[in-house]
Design a protein around this ligand. Sequence first.
Ligand SMILES: NS(=O)(=O)c1ccc(CCNC(=O)Nc2ccc(Cl)cc2)cc1
Ligand SMILES: [Zn+2]
Length: 261
Amino acid sequence: AEWGYSPTNGPDVWARLFPQAGGARQSPVDICTSIASSDSNLEMKKLTFAYESQSDLRILNTGHGWKVEAPQSGSRLEGGPLGEDIYQLEQFHCHWGETSAEGSEHTVDGRAYAGELHLVHWNTTKYQSFAEAAQHPDGLAVLGVFFDVGNESNDEIEKIVSTLSEIKFKGQFTDIPDVIDPTTFLPSGLGYWTYLGSLTTPPCNECVIWIVYKEPITVTEEQLVQFRCLSACSGEAEEFIVKNYRPPQPLGNRALRECNA
Ligand SMILES: NS(=O)(=O)c1ccc(CCNC(=O)Nc2ccc(Cl)cc2)cc1
Ligand SMILES: [Zn+2]
């Protein structure tokens, strides 16, 4: 049975098919700002990224949303909570909801944003592949960026939106002709929260160091509407991907740290 986001195959039943989904370090979580401990040595080891601009990146419809594959070389992330290891950009995608009142995976003091972008990186210092890294507690680092709805459309997101008509159905892919610079997805304020968690979709491996930026970026309602026109099926039958976010999971006794860059 294929997992998804409907009542019969959604987050509430994932643990039946994917045991890790019921674990103690699951993501996303509600970020309770009052318990976030500001950690001075995070400030010491500033989070640094070196993102290259790339053209002809491949975007595909995964059936759960769109995903842009990043080339093996190039974009890297290090510092902050990542210790001495270097993490390389593997892909990015985003999550959204049926309306703009919901859609983010992480919430902040119970508040959901209209969506959330995930820049997915893997630890190339310790592991030989993304798949191998996803089997280890420090294997992945995902940057989360919240979407707020506003009047200015986000030019970088528009480059993604302009390709969606070509990947309407699950399994379809195309190359994005424009040059994409992942740095442009990041907010101007670089303060973030960080904690140890998991993939937010099955198999929900507990392998992610999460870094969630405090400041949202702005997208338009029209851009979100375009996301919801993607089909979860490979053809004829049309079942739109109207939502693809997992609700917050228990933080348990995990530390939630913040860094005000
Ligand atoms: N939501 S995450 O960053 O924790 C996450 C990162 C990587 C994986 C493994 C590869 N699978 C994947 O990328 N699946 C996917 C793609 C697009 C959307 Cl919209 C939803 C799910 C799963 C979850
Ligand atoms: Zn994601």
